[in-house]
Write a protein that binds this ligand. Structure first.
Ligand SMILES: Cc1ncc(COP(=O)(O)O)c(C=O)c1O
Length: 480
């Protein structure tokens, strides 16, 4: 008799995968600006730390919201008692309004359809439990967030089938790729229950356009399968084109024939930068799914203290507006600083306008166009350059040579050190820091438009960020 269950002993969590090597390397030798200047810099963590100051100011000005303060302690008894799994009404209302604001008030969300979960992680698993049986499958465009393998598959027993997207069209999803993946599943006798979209995308840092979303909607309608749209990065869009939520398409009667098939996953982990609070949201247009997910939410409720705090914070319209504007501005600056720094040594990245990372093209540094060579380069980057970036293979990318590097979990100075290390490495590896002709052209255009801003950028006050040492060990943190 097996001592532990199959779920307990299989590797569905993925913690033993080789991709954790980067985390282990960081954990054993973490960079610190004064205590360990040559340590590993963590670029594998999609955290949004750029606006902590704005949040901290709000928390200090609103001590009642935190409950465990002299100003808030009157509410302590009510808040600390057993809670209803529907969640505090003020929490659901304020989250629904926040989701509308992030979407430019173009759509309405009904607070009665908001279901809580332990982060988007819990939301995905709950939806998978609601929508599919073991052995059934969801289609997912590649490259995709590696956590899906754990969140959607591990305990539910469902399968994820890749929809292959390619660099030739900037990894955009096509109807053809969807049909191919669906056909493959049919040939293998696998029942497809749905499609998962992640918009804006992790790892691409791009948003989906209206036509692509409409195409996806007509595809799932035709096949009569579910559509889960993970919009966890919706508030991180920092440049045009703006974000289009699947909720907008769901309101287009001509395109969306059956709203019961549409489910949105959201969380405050990225847009507000609160991954530690584990505030995840399922928003389904399907009553049966809302009911079932709500019952299941007993396994991943958000604590009432957190709900209370979030409700107070998000119902402060002035704060929300200021935060969203400031966050977009800082992300845009950071993205520009990083991608221009890369371009200086001829490293290109996908043109992104959202997210907390760049999707970097290192194909020209590969010995040969294989995933073995990608792995070799990755080990070199971790071991010698001491940067924990994430290789494309961990995102199921179909082409070797792409890497994701997060840029919003560090301060400006650490980013500059990162860029210096990259410059040195590329020059050593290629024997040149000369950009390609295309990059030279792009750079000359940039020089003109940025020459006035450069001074500001380099005299920018470093933001107050937590020391890397104050972070919890990455080995026990969720893979983001
Ligand atoms: C696309 C995507 N979905 C879901 C998650 C999980 O988010 P949470 O921390 O809210 O569980 C992440 C985390 O990085 C993510 O990138």
């Amino acid at each position: 008799m097996a001592f532990l269950s199959k779920i307990a002993t299989n590797n569905g969590h993925g913690e033993n995968s080789s991709y954790f090597d980067g985390w282990k390397a960081y954990d054993s030798d973490p960079f610190h600006p004064t205590k360990n200047i040559h340590g590993v810099i963590q670029m594998g963590l999609a955290e949004n730390q750029l606006c902590f100051g704005v949040i901290q100011e709000w928390v200090e000005n609103n001590p009642k919201a935190s409950i465990c303060t002299p100003q808030g302690s009157n509410g302590f008894k009510d808040i600390s008692n057993y809670q209803d799994y529907h969640g505090l009404p003020e929490f659901r209302n304020s989250v629904a309004r926040f989701m509308e604001k992030v979407r430019g008030n173009k759509v309405k969300f009904n607070p009665d359809r908001i279901v809580m979960s332990g982060g988007a992680t819990g939301a995905h698993e709950t939806l998978a439990f609601c929508l599919a049986d073991p052995g059934e499958a969801f289609l997912v465009p590649t490259p995709y967030y590696p956590g899906y393998d754990r969140d959607l598959r591990w305990r539910t027993g469902i399968q994820l089938l890749p929809v292959v997207c390619e660099s030739s069209n900037e990894f955009m999803l096509t109807r053809e790729a969807l049909e191919d993946a669906y056909e493959e599943a049919q040939k293998a006798n696998i029942k497809v229950k749905g499609l998962i979209l992640n918009n804006p995308s992790n790892p691409l840092g791009t948003v989906m356009d209206r036509d692509t979303l409409r195409d996806a909607m007509s595809f799932i309608t035709e096949k009569n399968i579910h559509l889960i749209c993970d919009e966890i990065y919706s508030g991180t869009v920092f440049n045009e084109p703006g974000f289009i939520s699947i909720a907008e398409i769901a309101e287009e009667g001509a395109v969306c024939k059956n709203r019961d098939l549409i489910h949105i996953v959201y969380s405050l982990s990225k847009d507000l930068g609160f991954p530690g609070f584990r505030v995840g949201i399922i928003y389904s247009y399907n009553d049966a799914v809302v009911n079932c997910a709500r019952k299941m939410s007993s396994f991943g409720l958000v604590s009432t203290q957190t709900q209370h705090l979030i409700a107070s914070m998000l119902s402060d319209d002035v704060f929300v507006e200021k935060f969203l504007d400031e966050s977009a501005k800082r992300l845009a600056e950071r993205h520009s600083l990083f991608s221009r720094g890369l371009a200086k040594v001829g490293i290109e990245s996908l043109k992104g306008n959202a997210g907390l990372y760049c999707w970097i093209d290192l194909r020209r540094l590969l010995k040969e166009p294989t995933f073995e060579a990608e792995m070799e380069l990755w080990h070199l980057i971790i071991g010698e350059v001491k940067l924990n970036v994430s290789p494309g293979a961990s995102f199921h990318c179909s082409e070797p040579g792409w890497f994701r590097a997060c840029f919003a979990n560090m301060d400006d100075e650490t980013l500059r050190i990162t860029l210096r290390r990259i410059h040195k490495f590329v020059i050593q590896k290629t024997g040149s820091d000369q950009p390609t002709r295309r990059e030279q052209y792009k750079r000359s255009k940039l020089e003109i438009s940025l020459s006035f801003r450069r001074l500001d950028e380099f005299t920018m006050t470093p933001r107050t960020l937590a020391s890397p040492h104050s972070m919890t060990s990455p080995l026990v943190r969720a893979r983001t």
